[in-house]
Design a protein around this ligand. Structure first.
Ligand code: PGA
Length: 253
């Protein structure tokens, strides 16, 4: 496994000047952090954030992407457009895209192939609902999302992706998965990857945990053998919290 990846998903928050200030504050400290840092602002602020982090180790990501290259798709953003403003990553199939906007595994799969073709790194999210966990369906739900979202992914391309496990019941709720719960699903994802490709490829893919990650729980989550980083929502909106979470990567490794 390479370095930990600490990704901030700003969701639909902040304004232009707050976005710039947050990016600048993170970039100013990024050199002191022993982890890869990624910020994912709203599309409308990508350009401004790109300017703030230019020449620093902080990477830029989009929260979503559309699979078509161009044309009559009102309100959507193509992968080429995202690359044009400096994005290196795109989050795909976030639970809010799946459960609020109705995205399916098939949608996520089309986006995955478009993002890879466009040279960006996809961060593909999977995660079960509370009712699914309580009825013992977690593994089945994750396996179904894995198969559907990653359909047709070649071994070569598999090495270029990041996966994020985000239990829906833990997102924005303050109810973080326990390190054991996270590790169990991550180990399952690693096995799915290993069975489909091989152990070496499975090991090379970073598996992020997301859902109420905070400075006080990040290090313990990342100390689990199959947790290679975190995808952070609420706590990524404060530079000090995001950087404290990133500092947890050195404690974990
Ligand atoms: P949260 O969001 O950290 O606010 O729970 C995580 C996410 O949705 O990526």
């Amino acid at each position: 496994m390479g370095r930990y990846l600490i990704a901030g998903n700003w969701k639909m928050n902040l304004n232009q000047s707050d976005s710039r200030a947050l990016a600048a504050a993170i970039a100013a400290q990024a050199g002191d952090v022993e982890a890869d840092l990624l910020v994912c602002p709203p599309h409308v602020y990508l350009n401004q954030v790109a300017a703030e982090i230019a020449g620093t180790p902080v990477a830029l990501g989009a929260q979503n992407a559309y699979h078509e290259p161009s044309g009559a798709f009102t309100g959507e953003t193509s992968v080429a457009m995202l690359a044009d403003v400096g994005c290196q990553f795109a989050i795909l199939g976030h639970s809010e895209r799946r459960h609020v906007m109705g995205e399916t595994d098939a949608d996520v799969n089309k986006k995955l192939h478009a993002v890879l073709a466009g040279g960006l790194t996809p961060i593909v999210c999977v995660g079960e609902l509370l009712a699914e966990r309580e009825s013992g369906q977690t593994d089945a739900v994750i396996a179904k999302q894995f198969e559907g979202s990653l359909a047709g992914l070649t071994a070569e391309d598999a090495t270029k992706i990041v996966l994020a496990y985000e239990p829906v019941w833990a997102i924005g709720t303050g109810k973080v998965a326990t390190p054991d719960q996270a590790e169990q699903v991550h180990a399952g994802l690693r096995k799915l990857l290993s069975d489909r490709y091989n152990a070496e490829i499975a090991k090379s893919i970073r598996l992020l945990y997301g859902g109420s990650v905070k400075p006080d729980n990040a290090a313990e989550l990342m100390s689990q053998p199959n947790v290679d980083g975190v995808l952070v929502g609420g706590a990524s909106l404060k530079a000090a919290d995001f950087l404290a979470i990133a500092a947890g990567a050195s404690k974990a490794s």
